[in-house]
Design a protein. Structure first.
Length: 378
């Protein structure tokens, strides 16, 4: 059974959806022919087999190209039985191609792509989800969002993202990495992710981290990530707001923005940190659909302190692989982090439990098999 994938989000662009779609296609290619039609490439990007990129930037160009290229690929490849979409954004494209050629339609959804507040987007993209043969939700929370949009429950499959646990288990020189950043002998709290408002980094600094430093002066907050420049939904310069908060609160010796790092550097910081924080906000117009950072932290053997928002409870097992707190309760968030920074053995126990859970429940081999079974069943 071969597969045609239509997706705006695809590596080497970086982000949760890009990582998910890229890893899924890579895993499925071990068993099937997977043809990918996606957004434009930069000149320096390398060629990838069976991947077709729109020649010019912009959504309209991408949509027209996806229809033209998708049609030609389906005509040449009769064994392609499923047209798969990387997000709700491409639902009308997937449905048109699937209906025109008598194939099955499957859309992968992530949370924000369902609730994004734009009337035209809701009418052109989200409303058609209920006509797909199957819609995949990345969490139980996202599944509830789909049902609220009229998608029948029996057409929704919950399949979480995966994690390449073996990559995060590779040993690095932790001491050398900490010395390079001059954070040796510090308690390192790590954040990894796009710097958008829903992540709550600025609010965490203002309401929680400043109090953590008062209790634990050797605490250090490292922020890996940057403001997304290619996002279709995010436009605020959150990085500048964070820098302003750090300066105002005189935390320059305790909080640092490291910017966008390579995958190897990110893994090194996962291993060097004491814990990972995901202080997401509860916003009506934006949502943390899953929280793949929590899986990466777990794979590296580090506990996660996060807010109970969106799909994060699917990624963090409260009290076992980390601690979940009510969004906006910065007192509890502060106390949870201080407790873990002080109690070394509890950090180790939570980290080890999270590592085992990442291997047993979220390895990409297992997740790819679940998608494979879904496609075959259709």
């Amino acid at each position: 059974m071969d597969l045609l994938v239509i997706t705006w989000n695809y590596p080497p662009r970086r982000g949760g959806i890009e990582s998910l779609v890229g890893n899924l296609c890579g895993g499925l290619r071990n068993k099937h022919l997977v043809l990918v039609v996606t957004s434009p490439a930069r000149a320096k990007e390398s060629f990838e087999r069976d991947t077709y990129r729109a020649p010019y930037p912009g959504l309209i160009c991408f949509a027209l190209y996806a229809l033209w290229r998708g049609t030609s690929l389906l005509l040449r490849n009769p064994n392609v039985r499923v047209v798969f979409g990387g997000s709700a954004l491409v639902t009308p494209l997937v449905l048109m191609l699937a209906r025109l050629f008598g194939r099955r339609s499957v859309i992968q959804t992530h949370g924000l792509d369902i609730i994004y507040r734009n009337l035209i987007y809701q009418q052109l993209c989200v409303r058609w989800l209920k006509y797909c043969d199957r819609v995949v939700a990345n969490s139980t929370y996202t599944a509830r969002l789909l049902e609220a949009k009229g998608v029948q429950r029996d057409r929704v499959s919950v399949i979480p993202p995966g994690v390449r646990a073996e990559r995060f288990s590779c040993q690095t020189d932790v001491d050398a990495n900490k010395r390079a950043r001059n954070v040796q002998d510090r308690k390192v709290i790590l954040f990894v992710g796009r710097l958008v408002k829903r992540k709550g980094v600025k609010e965490f600094i203002e309401n929680s981290f400043v109090k953590i430093v008062q209790k634990i002066p050797e605490a250090c907050f490292l922020i890996v990530g940057d403001t997304p420049t290619e996002s279709l939904t995010q436009g605020d310069n959150v990085a500048s707001e964070i820098k302003a908060a750090v300066s105002k609160l005189e935390l320059k010796n305790h909080a640092r923005l490291l910017g966008s790092l390579s995958d190897g550097e990110v893994i090194a910081w996962y291993q060097a940190c004491d814990l990972v924080v995901l202080p997401a906000l509860n916003l009506s117009d934006d949502v943390e659909g899953f929280g793949i950072v929590a899986l990466e932290a777990a794979a590296a053997g580090k506990p996660v302190v996060a807010t109970r928002v969106g799909g994060i409870p699917d990624a963090v097992e409260d009290g076992k692989s980390g601690i979940l707190v009510v969004p906006g309760d910065y007192r509890m968030l502060t106390e949870a982090i201080i407790d873990l920074l002080i109690r070394h053995q509890r950090r180790l126990d939570m980290g080890e439990y999270g590592r085992e859970r990442a291997w047993q429940e979220f390895s990409w081999e297992l997740i790819t098999d679940r998608y494979d079974q879904l496609f075959v069943s259709l």
